[in-house]
Design a protein around this ligand. Structure first.
Ligand code: IMP
Length: 206
């Protein structure tokens, strides 16, 4: 399905750029807002959903709203920083994580990116998509594409970082690309709110 207008409830322009490429035909703008809710949910889904609902209250009624939450889970940090990634690393993702993993063996450097996307339709219907990308953390940064942890994240089956592999690679394989594909799939399988009402009424008939 193409031609949808959406507001991304985020301050991260990199995510808007990536998502516009991943959702063909969608026109995605950052929601221009202050006072985002704190990212204190227990799951990526909780946070993505809170951002989407916050955006739904502010975005024009005819546009869709996207909420996104993502993070990096590292074996040697017990799965952290995970859902707390943005707060833990605070603008120096690469330096922070390299310091945390200093001296740790290969097994501790296993990691995965997770992305959760929540879309709210103009009528408030919710759709979601989840994606992950497995890999490991390098001992030094390489490459310039992407953002955040990308200069030190080497995907499984590759010997370069995401920042070296580039934006084209990221658009095909990243956690966000996988979440976007899952979202498009649920959009394609979605029934209109009217269909849902009809099915519910049919199911409730004696
Ligand atoms: P949030 O989703 O805005 O809370 O931020 C998630 C955290 O994970 C930030 O620290 C990002 O830098 C990091 N992160 C999420 N997705 C990516 C990615 O695609 N590349 C690199 N870092 C990412």
């Amino acid at each position: 399905m193409g031609g949808l207008k959406a507001k991304l409830a985020s301050r991260n322009a990199n995510k808007a750029r990536e998502l516009e490429r991943l959702l063909p035909g969608w026109q995605i703008d950052l929601l221009d807002a202050d006072g985002y809710p704190p990212e204190d949910g227990e799951t990526y889904y909780d946070n993505a959903r809170a951002k989407a609902h916050f955006g739904r209250g502010l975005a024009p009624s005819e546009t869709w709203v996207l909420g996104e939450d993502s993070g990096l889970e590292v074996a040697g940090l017990g799965g952290g920083p995970g859902v707390h990634s943005s707060r833990s690393a605070a603008g120096d993702e690469v330096g922070w994580l390299l310091r945390q993993l200093d001296g740790m063996e290969d097994d501790s450097r296993r990691a995965r990116y997770v992305c959760e996307l929540v879309a709210l339709s103009p009528a408030g219907e919710e759709l979601r998509g989840t994606g992950t990308l497995e890999g490991r953390i390098a001992t030094q940064p390489s490459g310039t594409a992407g953002f955040g942890f990308d200069p030190i994240f080497i995907p499984q089956g590759e010997d370069q970082t995401v920042a070296q592999l580039g934006n084209e690679w990221k658009a095909g394989h990243s956690h966000r690309a996988r979440a976007a594909r899952a979202l498009l799939e649920s959009l394609a399988n979605r029934r209109s709110p009217d269909d849902q009402g009809r099915r519910l009424r049919r199911a409730q008939r004696p």
